[in-house]
Design a protein around this ligand. Sequence first.
Ligand code: ZN
Ligand code: ZN
Length: 352
Amino acid sequence: MRWVRRAGAEALLVSSVPNVRWLTGFTGDDSVLLLAERQALMISDTRYDQQLGEECPELERVIRRAGTTLMEAVVRAVRQCRVGKLAIEGQSLTAADYLELTAKLTGTTVQATSGMVERLRQVKDREELAAIREAIAAAERGFAVLRATLRPEQTEKEVADALEHQLRLLGAEGASFRSIVAVGDRAALPHYRPGGRRVGQGRFMLVDWGARVRGYVSDLTRVVPTSRIPAKLDRLFRVVELAQAQAIRLLRPGAVAEEVDAAARAVIAGAGLGRYFGHGLGHGIGLEVHEGPRLAPGSKAVLRAGMVVTVEPGIYVPGWGGVRLEDDVLITRSGAQVLTTVSRNLAELALF
Ligand code: ZN
Ligand code: ZN
């Protein structure tokens, strides 16, 4: 609650689903948490009454009836807690909910905040780290099956679907996001959606995937050669590999995010390829695939032990294809530990 008071408010209305989950353990949605000075109230509806009792029995809950909107229930709870200054989460409360809330909540000041809970979520505890490690292990086992069963006639979509099915068989809740499987020149699109291109139609394939375990995610990228390794692929990959290594070397408590990003960017620019690396170097992972800290130009975030970030430099050449190497790294007290173990070596990854 100290952090709510520091923001100048008496209570915080938590509406972001992952924030509610992180604070309470509740895995449902459509529910908000009112964190007041001496009280925490979960405001939900009848669908979640029993689940709330099971997942967070110590939490006081307000179950609204059909016919009462969520914001009407919030207004009642805010009055009950006698909150004069209410902070909301500006990035997750919808404009419609905000307008309804401010129209009905007379006598209370409503102020938008951002990132309060997200900042706390950046540093992972032991249980969260265990879940992330399991999410990485499931992703890596799924990838091993993908490589063992890959056929040239499979389409990108078929490969992605099979991979995600495999992740579930391996005990994950599912994929942490829609897997990217991009054959040949399609790999130049960093957020490509797998389509009808067949594995055998290109000389390599980019796979960006992850698993979700107990809510926590992993996020990896590998390039798999599906023919003799093209010279250009080999050359670009070496640059990306060096950029990633330089960045990982800088990861430690106290490091500034933009400086880590700059180190990788300098390697790619030094090879004359700077214009082909447009996105940030990496991001935190946890309950969400993209969370803080951002490793990107302009990001002043200071790294702390317990953060888990991706390091994913890439080079995307329109019309030719792209390479990206993405690993998940834990910031430790003395430096950093790469959590992902799947080979980065192109020759080792090559198939057919
Ligand atoms: Zn990724
Ligand atoms: Zn990523």
